[in-house]
Design a protein around this ligand. Structure first.
Ligand code: AMP
Length: 281
């Protein structure tokens, strides 16, 4: 596995592989790799000849300094995971390399970035679109993998790639979960044992709301209330939002008439977890 630390070195690597006729697949991550990331790498192998994993904890997308500082960065372990997974190139630049003095250009997302994560984390998606544009420019992949666990991020990235004619195929990968249903996340490793036990209310809330939907409920507020009431029963959990939105526009409708998503953010102490489920009538 080759390791690259600068955009120029990364692009030179990709240029050589492209010249050899290879199809390149990128898996962008912030590291602290888990089985969810491993699944993205597996899917990447199915979509490309060479797989690039990027690891970069992007300061631009963090709205809280404490969350950025506490974000796990086990780079040596991550490199071993990538090598074992047959990754061809690991791109792990530093923040000083990606944002040198004088950096001032950003990618401004549109209304898809406004609700839910955008409302709770000001500037978050502007940081995501900017760094993903930079990662795509440096790695020049044919296809890039994104997890459905971050549903709004996937929607914002698809829009950016289409709007800016980036010519990269975006491949969505279903959420990988623990046996008890909790979605895998790098932030899970920061949960106390107690909070980890409590965190199963998140998938339970989504399951209950989905069951309510499958039982025929179409009023968005009632589906949201079911999810909120499951979370409210757990004293260690505090809900930030549970919203039913249109799967394409991410706009809230009073009634679920087409493909929709129930997305939620729940706090356990200072750890914030997100998850979602598709509701398709
Ligand atoms: P992150 O390192 O958390 O920024 O995530 C990197 C990529 O992995 C993103 O596209 C995420 O949506 C995806 N991802 C994270 N957790 C999971 C999961 N449990 N299942 C599937 N994809 C995931």
């Amino acid at each position: 596995m080759d390791q690259l630390g600068s955009p120029d070195a990364m692009r030179a690597w990709s240029d050589a592989r492209r010249a050899a006729g290879e199809r390149l697949a990128l898996v962008p991550t912030m590291g602290a790799l888990h089985a969810g990331h491993a699944r993205l790498i597996e899917v990447a192998h199915a979509h490309g000849d060479a797989v690039i994993v990027s690891i970069f904890v992007n300061p631009l997308q963090f709205d809280r300094r404490d969350d950025f500082d506490a974000y796990p960065r086990p780079l040596d372990d991550d490199a071993a995971v990538c090598a074992a997974a047959g990754v061809d190139a690991l791109y792990a630049p530093t923040a000083a390399t990606l944002y040198p003095p004088g950096f001032q250009t950003h990618v401004e997302p549109g209304p898809l970035a406004d609700p839910m994560e955008g409302a709770g984390r000001p500037g978050h998606f502007r940081g995501v679109t900017t760094v993903v544009a930079k990662l795509l420019n440096a790695t020049t992949p044919h296809v890039a993998m994104f997890g459905q666990k971050d549903y709004q991020q996937l929607a914002v990235i698809r829009r950016m790639v289409a709007d800016l004619d980036m010519g990269v195929e975006i491949q969505a990968v279903p959420t990988v979960r623990e046996p008890d249903g909790l979605a895998l996340s790098s932030r899970n490793r920061r949960l106390s044992a107690e909070a980890r036990r409590a965190a199963i209310v998140v998938p339970r809330a989504l399951d209950s709301a989905r069951a309510c939907f499958e039982g025929g409920e179409r009023v968005a507020a009632r589906i949201e209330a079911v999810a909120a009431s499951v979370v409210a029963a757990e004293p260690l959990a505090r809900i930030e939002y549970a919203e039913v939105v249109d799967a394409g526009t991410l706009l809230r409708h009073e009634h679920v008439t087409g493909p929709s998503v129930l997305a939620t953010a729940v706090w356990f102490g200072d750890i914030r977890l997100i998850d979602n489920v598709l509701l398709d009538p």
